[in-house]
Unconditional design. Structure first.
Length: 99
């Protein structure tokens, strides 16, 4: 819970819970804004990259990962093309329904 780090990293786990999609979008916008400000200030850690090469890692449940990737990789390919970003979804590190 509070103060949790992702295993084998110095990355903290952020958990957000809202009643609707608009609330979650607002949270994500604020997190993204703060991450960009940190990179632009030059105080970011290596895991965040640089202004010319910003990085963001997000934990997603397996069910969501499948939807992000899409059938035959179609959705993730569309996201890459529309954003110009390099996007990868790693294989799950653990087992179980949320891995």
């Amino acid at each position: 819970e509070s103060g949790d780090y992702f295993p084998n990293t110095d990355c903290r786990i952020l958990t957000a819970q809202t009643n609707d999609e608009d609330g979650m979008e607002a949270v994500l916008r604020q997190v993204l804004t703060k991450a960009v400000e940190t990179v632009q200030s030059g105080t970011s850690v290596e895991a965040m990259g640089t202004e010319a090469d910003m990085r963001l890692k997000v934990l997603v449940p397996r069910a969501a990962a499948g939807g992000i990737i899409g059938k035959g990789g179609a959705k993730i390919k569309e996201m890459r093309e529309s954003s110009g970003a390099r996007i990868t979804v790693n294989d799950p590190a653990g087992t179980g329904p949320s891995a």
